[in-house]
Ligand binder design. Sequence first.
Ligand code: GDP
Ligand code: MG
Length: 440
Amino acid sequence: LSERLVKTFAHLRTKGKLSPADVDATVREIRRALLDADVALTVVKAFTARVRERALSDEVNQALNPAQQVVKIVDEELVAILGGETRHLRFAKQPPTVIMLAGLQGAGKTTFAGKLALRLRGEGHTPILVAADLQRPNAVGQLQVVGEQAGVSVYAPEPGNGVGDPVKVAKASIRYARDKQHDVVIVDTAGRTGVDEQMMKQAAAIRKAIDPDEVLFVIDAMIGQDAVATAKAFDEGVDFTGVVLSKLDGDTRGGAALSVVSVTGKPILFASTGERLEDLEVFHPERQARRILDMGDVLTLIEQAQKAFDEEEARKVADKIAREAFTLDDFLKQMQQIKKLGSMKKLLGMLPGAAGMRQQIEQFDDSLLTRTEAIIQSMTKAERDNPRILNGSRRLRIANGSGTTVSEVNQLVQRFEQAAKMMKSVARGGMPSIPGMGSL
Ligand code: GDP
Ligand code: MG
């Protein structure tokens, strides 16, 4: 989506004054870009009509830079269509807060349940996961695994004990949560591969029985044109309060987001952006619009960096840099912090101008971090503390030990020296830099 719009806007920026023909050509391009991104036709039509109307109005004619004004209008309309303000999770005045999940099978409900539990736990809550998906044979087991990873307990019916009724399980879980002082209850429900009446009835019955504070509809961002029909069906069936966009990682086209919000009028609360439990972001309409318009999602990037970089560790490193005692061990620790951020490819994709560097990003090798880690781990303590002692035979031993080559070891030492030099010049307390890649 972005690449195309970037070109259109670049062209527009060369214009001092816009003719109606310019506006029409631009709107046509935006329309094509949105349709390419699988935004529903009705949504595209309404969107481009609004942009066109505003682009041809006095607001643009009288602007100092009409082209920039059009870019601004597109941005504003995108933000509006994505829901305007950031919508945060609503908590009950009287705990427990009950959050029910709904959506098709494979949408990412169970994964999201774990992600949300992990995030809430990190914020000091005491969430519990509830297995109300009793449809698929291994659904309860999957939730238990997710719960273990997130470090939260799972409420599930006793195995073999008649199993059966998800409505009863969900209802009982609320009493259990209240008893055990869990302040948030996350109820995972069953899905089907397609919308069907029985599934919707069951979801509606669970909703009625537990009266949730939030009903979150989880939808796969890759679903494309089916997004509208699916969202409508769930909106009518369970009347959800918000949307979770899952699988918004990699080069997923964000078209479904625009369609779902615009068709249901319900806000997106979270974006699920990968298979790991940490891959969850609060959805910010403004940032998503910027991302679509390729202004880069710098804010989200910084937020993630701050979370992953352990503050204590960062301070220690800053201290060492100040004392010029930065070693390969510290380098390794930094590398591991960076890995916590997730795929480097994904991070690079969030940077401004990412659409223009698509090819370089595609070629970035995420395994580089892993190999670098292996190399450092094959070094002795003395070598890590003082890379100057790394002669030829030591380098060969390290290459063999880490399954890499001497030339890779050489490159790493070189990168480390560059990084160490660079870090000395970085002021204390600034954003940590990425070894060998320059600062963010
Ligand atoms: P459910 O049937 O709705 O509970 O869906 P699951 O949570 O079981 O997820 C279905 C599949 O999608 C699993 O293989 C997950 O690992 C994967 N998945 C879930 N969320 C994401 C995401 O944000 N990104 C990616 N890449 N995969 C995801
Ligand atoms: Mg599931």
